[in-house]
Write a new protein. Structure first.
Length: 402
């Protein structure tokens, strides 16, 4: 029921088809983030019109609210959220990291996971707090950020939760590391992740109904020998797919090197997912290195602050609340065919944001997601036609001229 078909390659960039119990995913594909069983500010109809193929939800958040047992009683996550296409669930490893060492190190999401680029996006905070997590070899104990209740995740327990949620692709529990962790701790966390992966796979095999696929996660931080060791080990376990997680270094350049070390050691006939990365300016880079799937909150998070993706403007984005858009009659992007660009002007979008109207966030979200999905369609077509390099050069020139 779950399988991956490789259709074309250009260098390491690949185009393929990923078959799941709830439909086909054409790869490479952006995975929309629906952490709490919703992509913020977008309806299912919006997502279908945009062309979103797959959504990733989060087992940690759904365990806390409303609970996996309730979702199971409601017929599973697909029925619960009204999305009948492919679904993934993350194990919550990053959320546990966020409650633990991320508080100690002051490391956040998106751009701020790269300490050397903290001023280029994301929400880096130098504030440090008391961790709400205790990790041991058996699993993780954490305090709920909602009500202070105490919970425990083990590799087996997370598989149980994700099976009740019923997504097509599920991820094992892993221990994320910070870019500020040293080599010794990163090795310890990697080895723990490997032991947890074996336990999760054993639990999955003993309880699976073959409707789901299980992804292992490669760790190892920014250290080449650890990344290669982890890639070899996780690849040898026979997972249905492979995710690349944890610290990807201190800069985007470090991340690209991590991918270049890791991906050649992963099976060619299985899908590869890059966790938590997918800003527009990253997409061509990670696809070029052989990534098939990637998820990121950046397009929707930026939309909520009025940051809109375009083919012009500084770093291919504009801040719609700037005064220069007050009487601008153009759409956000004159080459974009999304619902927002077909119907509304920059002036109107700016007005909505200045008036703090909720419609502003919805229209901006539709545009940003469409912008990314449109790029993915171009990339898939280019790889199949052997002109991915040409597309990449065109996009780079457009970015330089903006």
């Amino acid at each position: 029921m779950f399988s991956f078909e490789l259709l074309a390659k250009e260098g390491e960039a690949r185009a393929g088809k990923l078959y799941t119990a709830h439909g086909l995913i054409e790869t490479p594909s952006f995975v929309a983030v629906g952490t709490q069983a919703t992509v913020k500010a977008a309806s299912v109809d919006d997502l279908l019109e945009i062309g979103i193929q797959v959504i990733i939800a989060n087992a940690y958040h759904l365990h806390l609210l409303p609970g996996e047992d309730l979702i199971e009683r409601m017929g599973g996550l697909h029925r619960f959220m009204g999305w009948h296409g492919p679904l993934m669930t993350d194990s919550g490893g990053f959320q546990i990291f966020s409650l633990g060492v991320a508080k100690e190190h002051g490391v956040g999401k998106i751009g701020s996971i790269f300490p050397e680029e903290r001023d280029r996006g994301g929400h880096f905070s130098s504030k440090r707090g008391k961790p709400l997590v205790r990790i041991d070899d058996d699993g993780v104990e954490f305090i709920s950020h909602l009500d202070g209740s105490v919970h425990r995740f083990t590799p087996e327990r997370v598989i149980e939760i994700e099976q009740k949620l019923g997504a097509d692709m599920i991820l094992v529990l892993d221990e994320c590391t910070s870019p500020l962790h040293d080599y010794n701790y990163t090795r310890t966390a990697m080895e723990r992740t490997h032991r947890w992966a074996i336990r999760a796979l054993e639990e999955f095999k003993s309880t699976s109904d073959n409707a789901q696929a299980l992804f292992g996660i490669v760790q190892g931080g920014e250290y080449r020998d650890l990344r290669e060791e982890s890639a070899r080990f996780i690849s040898s376990q026979g997972f249905d797919g492979y995710a690349i997680g944890g610290s990807l270094g201190r800069s985007k350049e470090d991340m690209y090197r991590v991918l270049e070390w890791t991906i050649p050691l992963l099976p060619q006939d299985k899908p590869r997912h890059l966790l938590g990365i997918g800003q527009a300016d990253d997409i061509l880079e990670v696809v070029e290195r052989g990534v098939d799937l990637f998820d990121c909150v950046a397009p929707t998070r930026m939309a909520r602050t009025g940051t809109l993706l375009t083919r012009e403007g500084e770093r291919s984005r504009i801040h719609i609340v700037n005064a220069r858009f007050k009487d601008d009659p153009r759409p956000i992007d004159e080459e974009c065919d999304c619902y927002t660009c077909r119907n509304y002007s920059r002036a109107y979008l700016r007005h909505l944001f200045m008036a703090r109207e909720l419609l502003a966030i919805s229209l901006a979200t539709i545009h940003n997601l469409y912008f990314v999905e449109s790029l993915m369609r171009q990339i898939r077509c280019a790889i199949k036609e052997g002109r991915f390099k040409e597309l990449r050069e065109e996009r780079n020139i457009a970015s330089e001229n903006s």
